[in-house]
Ligand binder design. Structure first.
Ligand code: RNT
Ligand code: ZN
Length: 435
């Protein structure tokens, strides 16, 4: 497998561990017996980018320096020391995290992470010039960027409404913000030669039962029409819309619920962003993928983990995560899916959160790719559900770990928990010096 230049350069490339290689060969034979070619799977996995989300790096703070709190019904808890205070620090942290994750990935920014040179640049004044530093950084790593309008943590969103606001002036302000966001997305895509997905999520909603559910939704539709009026080259920018069930302080009514955006995206052939934390806990987000993709060209995923509510916990290797990966692989949807992460945990090392979450998503994809899916399908078609169940259960204890370890080594990133030592060293050397 080809090696890619990984930073930091202090790591010895690549790890040629005879035991690791041997274990891999045994695993490879076991999988081959089930009709699965592990070499091919690893080549495929190496092609799949995951967008790490900038907002895990500083608890969704951003660099506007308005001193305002995080609002919009989302919440970070914890005060682990060492969060990034500047764009340079966030880039350094992300570079370090990326170096511990196998494969080539992406970085997803919010508008509040622009570099405004100490000036007050309001959300309706942002432009590509505020993201030059990010574009230069992405180019230096050879990665693409994704983007997000930031319709929260701002005085004009304080009463809980943005694009669906009853006041036309406030609506206009957020429309301009979202229009500029997608223009910036297009500039990123053009500059980096890699399509940027620009996502729109708004917090609009009500704490208690609304009298009028219709008005805000019709206003939101009209606002989105304005936001997307200007055609942009789809090679540079793709638009995504993200719905949700509820937010803190908007428990009774969410203007941009799933059905709203699903309808909007189908009508206008936009991307639907499915966030794993945005549905009722008994709903299965994975099951939506093959439905939504019947009607829209592509989807964006916000891979997250809700614990009892949309709590945005670090992604772990749960059944829910595996179900998502299985759907993408079994349905052959990876070519139409943009993978992104969305969680924010301030109670643990923030770089470790990125590394744990991303490595888990990749692990889930690898597990899904290693499934003897052709056999499952054959059993299913012939009505042999006994064999389907038996094989699916046996597959859970196949020697997947050996394939994953080999993949990490061949991508020149630490195997197993060894990555943590690098994070701990970085914490000691860099994070602990931040106030
Ligand atoms: C909020 C949405 C949204 C945000 C980020 C910060 O519920 O999930 O995607 O988490 O954009
Ligand atoms: Zn999300």
């Amino acid at each position: 497998m080809s090696q890619r230049g990984k930073k930091p350069s202090s790591r010895n490339p690549p790890r040629q561990d005879a035991k690791l290689e041997q274990t891999y060969q045994l695993a490879k034979e076991r999988y081959a017996g089930l009709g699965v070619n592990t070499d091919q799977v690893l080549r495929r996995l190496a092609q799949i980018p995951v967008a790490l989300h900038c907002w895990q790096g500083d608890d969704v703070g951003g660099f506007e320096h308005t001193g305002g709190p995080l609002t919009g019904g989302i919440l970070t808890t914890g005060n682990y020391p060492g969060k990034a205070r500047t764009a340079d620090e966030l880039r350094a942290d992300a570079t370090q995290a990326l170096s511990l994750i196998p494969g080539k990935h992406r970085f997803s920014l919010h508008t509040i992470y622009g570099e405004f040179g100490g000036k007050k640049v309001d959300r309706n004044e942002i432009g590509p010039e505020h993201f030059r530093g990010w574009m230069d950084w992405a180019r230096s790593l050879g990665i693409g960027l994704d983007f997000n309008a930031s319709c929260f943590s701002h005085p004009k969103s304080a009463d809980g409404f943005t694009l669906s606001h009853a006041d036309p002036a406030i609506r206009k302000f957020w429309i301009t913000h979202a229009q500029r966001s997608r223009e910036i997305g297009a500039a990123m895509g053009r500059t980096l030669g890699s399509t940027t997905v620009t996502n729109v999520w708004i917090p609009d909603g009500m704490k208690d039962t609304p009298a009028d559910r219709r008005g805000p939704r019709e206003r939101l539709e009209a606002s989105l029409d304005e936001v997307f009026r200007k055609p942009l080259d789809p090679r540079h920018n793709l638009d995504a819309v993200e719905g949700k069930l509820f937010g803190i302080g908007a428990e009774s009514y969410t203007v941009g619920m799933h059905e709203f955006y699903l309808g909007y995206a189908v009508k206008h052939q936009k991307l639907v962003c499915l966030d794993a934390g945005h549905y009722h806990p008994t709903e299965n987000m994975a099951d939506k993928i093959s439905s939504v993709l019947c009607f829209v060209p592509r989807i964006l995923l916000h891979v997250s983990r809700g614990v009892r509510w949309d709590s945005d916990h670090v992604v772990t290797l749960t059944d829910d995560l595996q179900a998502i990966a299985q759907e993408l692989v079994r349905g052959d949807y990876l070519g139409r899916t943009h993978l992104g992460l969305d969680f924010f945990d301030a109670s643990i090392n923030r770089l470790a959160a990125w590394v744990i979450g991303t490595r888990n998503l990749l692990r889930a994809l690898l597990l899904a790719m290693l499934e003897p899916y052709e056999a499952y399908k054959k059993f299913e078609r012939s009505g042999d559900y006994t064999s389907r169940l038996a094989w699916m259960e046996e597959a859970k204890t196949l020697p997947f770990g050996a394939v994953w370890d080999y993949y990490c080594a061949s991508q020149n990133v630490p195997v197993g928990e060894a990555w943590l030592a690098e994070i701990k060293a970085y914490e000691k050397k860099i994070l602990s010096k931040r106030s």
